[in-house]
Design a protein. Structure first.
Length: 95
């Protein structure tokens, strides 16, 4: 009888730990999906953006650090949109 009780207890603990792990994974996924605000220029990468300077391409508004970066983004918008998205940044939609 003690053996059956021990097996039942182990099974219950396994289910509880699995449920806890699933909840933690769900919380991690939700945090990973939450979009980050764009703070750096995708062309210069380390330069802070100037929210007064942007370019609208492919339905996305991409902020830049200087006017020279606008031309580079217009020449190859997918490259810079992909770069932002790889960093977890979701560019604003074009208004």
């Amino acid at each position: 009888m003690k053996r059956k009780t021990a097996i039942a207890l182990i099974a219950a603990m396994s289910v509880a730990f699995a449920a806890q792990g699933a909840e933690e994974k769900k919380a991690e996924t939700a945090a990973a999906v939450e979009p980050k605000e764009q703070t750096h220029c995708p062309v210069m990468q380390r330069s802070a953006v100037d929210k007064a300077l942007w370019v609208d391409v492919n339905g996305k508004r991409i902020y830049v650090c200087c006017k020279g970066c606008i031309e580079k983004i217009e020449a190859d918008p997918d490259k810079y949109i992909n770069r932002l998205e790889a960093e977890g940044v979701t560019p604003d939609s074009t208004p």
